[in-house]
Design a protein around this ligand. Sequence first.
Ligand SMILES: Nc1ncnc2c1ncn2[C@@H]1O[C@H](COP(=O)(O)OP(=O)(O)OP(=O)(O)O)[C@@H](O)[C@H]1O
Ligand SMILES: [Mg+2]
Length: 258
Amino acid sequence: MRLSNQPTSEATPNEPVKPSGGNLLVLEGLQTYIGQFHILQGLDLAVPEGAVTVLLGRNGAGKTTTLKTIMGLTPPRQGTITYRGESINGLTTYQIARQGIGYVPEDRGIFREMTVEENLLLAARGESRAGYRTHLANCLDLFPDMQRFLKQKAGTLSGGQQQMVAISRGLMTGNKLLLIDEPSKGLAPIVIKAVMDALEKLKRQVTILLVEQNFTMASTVGDYFYLIDDGHNITNGPMDQLVADTELTRKYLGVGFA
Ligand SMILES: Nc1ncnc2c1ncn2[C@@H]1O[C@H](COP(=O)(O)OP(=O)(O)OP(=O)(O)O)[C@@H](O)[C@H]1O
Ligand SMILES: [Mg+2]
């Protein structure tokens, strides 16, 4: 598997790993088990700095497990995780988060009984008051609507509003890398568009590894893609290449884009 994000026309799972310069995060040969189940089976992935890399694959392919493995929630049994040139293997989730990696989980991970403001304050733990204000202003710039429901309990919000809060939580400590798991899940098309627009703005600030099954969002926001299946790499490259490959998208993603 190539880690350079250069075009790969065929699946090349046995190609030697060659991490390239400019990658913020590099995963090599990840083997992750959940209980006795062997979920990630030698996964390689490189996330170039300043770009959006989209991780795609069928249901159960191992996308969420990949993000959890990076965050130390399901630590790998083998393989290396290198962030900004240093290994983060073996660190706790807290230590990994402190390195500047934000995780926006599939279930959004917000505190429903707390107000939006309290959710954001909690996410900004350890930041100075000035830092909190700067990050909050940035989030309100990305999601102007959030101003209206800052004082509202998060559990009373719509799915789209909750997603805005979830992404904002990932921005309250000035993270350099955001891992976002299926932000469009369960959202109406118009709300998906709002999240998509925010991600377009966000990509100018942070590097993003995005799991996204909505192909319109994935192909609009994404610069690079990795396609995985059954815990293995299938192929990777620039997003344009995937959009053009209707055979591949039909086979693994169940959609045609001709
Ligand atoms: N707690 C668990 N116990 C057992 N198996 C699990 C557990 N969590 C995930 N798995 C299995 O691991 C595999 C990968 O799951 P994962 O959630 O990473 O897939 P995914 O690509 O995110 O899928 P989806 O598109 O449905 O979100 C699946 O076969 C799933 O059933
Ligand atoms: Mg998932």
